[in-house]
Design a protein around this ligand. Sequence first.
Ligand code: SF4
Length: 292
Amino acid sequence: MPASAEALQVRHDLLEWYDRNHRDFPWRRRHDPYAVLVSEVMLQQTQASRVVDRFVRFMDRFPTADALAAAPTAAVLAEWSGLGYNRRALALPRAAAIVARDGWPPDVAGLERLPGVGPYTARAVASLAFGVPIGVVDTNVRRWLLRRFGGADAPAALQERADALAAPGTGPAIAAWTHASMEFGAAICRSRNPRCDACPVADGCPSRGAAVAVPVPRQPALQGSDRAVRGAMLRQLAVAAGHALSETAARERIGADLDGERWERILAGLERDGLLHRRGGTVALGAATIGR
Ligand code: SF4
């Protein structure tokens, strides 16, 4: 679908707005695919403000795909500690190992085959690092597209609209548009209290002053959940000497009131996911390695 005259005007106005107003996140100064991939994986499910320092630290510690691929799993998990959704930290080195061996896949389909990389992340890397003018639809982009243009809340229709808006991009404007599109949804056409009064594309917006909430799938409550205990366990192991603790010490440090059956289920789940291993009453970060 080619972009309409209205869509081209929205694109123009948002690019101008972004140029004057955007926040200076460290990953926005990086265009190499490794840095883009690390930042996009970190930003999945984690707020940008929480990612800033962690991204800088992670890139200092593992500056290249080769460095990350060669790092011990426990070191990567320890560096990831506190960002949550720790399986992302296991997939990232596996993707880095493939890239270190074979080079970067040349297209979105190849990027999608990397471990832990879904359609959104593949498109983000293609657009931000490889200059492919395609639409990248995250939660923020979905919301403002629906409010500003209306239409069906269906992934294929939204992707088509986002692709049409991205298509005119050339050179640096390709990455700028992807950032502008995400930033606009995060900063102006916000989920709650959209700032229609400060909106650069308010003219002609059918939702102006009356924007409805665009529901996103909710995560189950974390407090007291198995997921919370899993996170607490990994954080304790991340700061422990040698990234290992006795089971008794781990249980004391977590401080949760868990019966034996639940404790076993949580440990077994972490073990199955390759996030820790047990040996002789000790728990240690990362999967067991052969010969250890
Ligand atoms: S006018 Fe309001 S609802 Fe419409 S795009 Fe701008 S911020 Fe969103």
